[in-house]
Write a protein that binds this ligand. Sequence first.
Ligand code: CA
Length: 230
Amino acid sequence: MVDPEGRPVVLLVEDETSYVEALQLGLGGEGFVVRIAASLNEARAVLEGLSPDVVLLDVMLPDGSGIDFCREIRQSSDIPVIMVSARSDEVDIVLGLEFGAADYVTKPFRLRELVARMRAVMRRHEPAGDHDVITIGSLRIDSTRRSVMRASQELDLSRKEFDLLYLLASRLGQVVTREECLDALWWGQDLSDTRTLDTHVKRLRQKIEQDSGSPAHLITIRGVGFRLDR
Ligand code: CA
């Protein structure tokens, strides 16, 4: 659902006032319409009249578990859900279960990281259509299916390799800075070792380029970032 001015709508299911206030302000400033529910019951009521573009769902709520509620949402809709957990042991639970969440963040998080996550899951969720498939030479990148075909062969890309390729492809011909890549792929983690990014770029090249030693598509802009060329 998009509001009349075309802004994406987020349902924030959160009972901690400090987070609610900060996110209402922060996400509003990022162009989101923010709807608030402080409990699962309130969230159910909001969802009866509204289909948001994305749901931010706290794990521990006064009247139940966000994980159970995510399952509940899954039964009737495919709205992307990002779980918000307060402790790292909750993360283990979130990661260990298959209940249909699109992603998760751990408190405390930086707004910029959260927004990058939200935009990524919303992008993935866009309905199938021409704009979901980007063709670059013999590569065909399908963001809905999260698949990459070269000629008629499907490439075996890891989740991060796909995210990186899609990030670059969605800004074809433009430089994406290293910082933007790191933010989108490794948000909230210690980024002191940025060689991880180069390792992923190298692996991605080996999969998508005819000659990874002399890449035709995935170009390094030294000291700045990367650019994907058609
Ligand atoms: Ca809570």
